[in-house]
Design a protein. Structure first.
Length: 135
């Protein structure tokens, strides 16, 4: 099962885990978050991320999801990316995370692509009474 690490500005990572647990009814396994605080030493963040990746990787690989390209959390992943073992995507959204969690028994490449598709498909303009009519 693909491990998933959320590496985000505080408090986003833990909030996404809470939301995912709400949707699935339980906290998904092999899912961790590192919430980077302001002015945190990037070397410490890299070390925490490397340790988390080692913990949640059962040999299937780890998908690291960050919040914004160019931010400290994303920049700290540059040395962690290892094609086929650790992939990194940015622009986290709840649809992206839920899609990644739903398909994580597939290959790392497939889970990465499904997560990206979930993020892209999760963005849409809400018009009229769309939210009210979906019940």
């Amino acid at each position: 099962m693909i491990g998933i690490l959320l590496l985000t500005h505080a408090p986003l990572g833990q909030a996404f885990i809470t939301a995912a647990a709400h949707v699935f009814g339980t906290r998904p396994e092999r899912l961790e978050a590192i919430d980077v605080i302001a002015d945190q030493d990037p070397n410490v963040v890299k070390q925490l991320a490397a340790e988390a990746i080692a913990r949640i990787n059962d040999g299937s690989g780890v998908l690291v999801i960050t919040d914004v390209m160019g931010g400290t959390p994303c920049n700290c992943t540059l040395a962690l990316r290892e094609p086929g073992k650790t992939e990194v995507i940015t622009g986290i959204s709840l649809p992206m995370l839920l899609r990644a969690l739903s398909y994580r028994t597939d290959t790392l490449d497939a889970v990465t692509e499904m997560a990206l598709a979930g993020g892209q498909n999760g963005m849409t303009r809400v018009e009229n009474r769309a939210c009210l009519d979906s019940d």
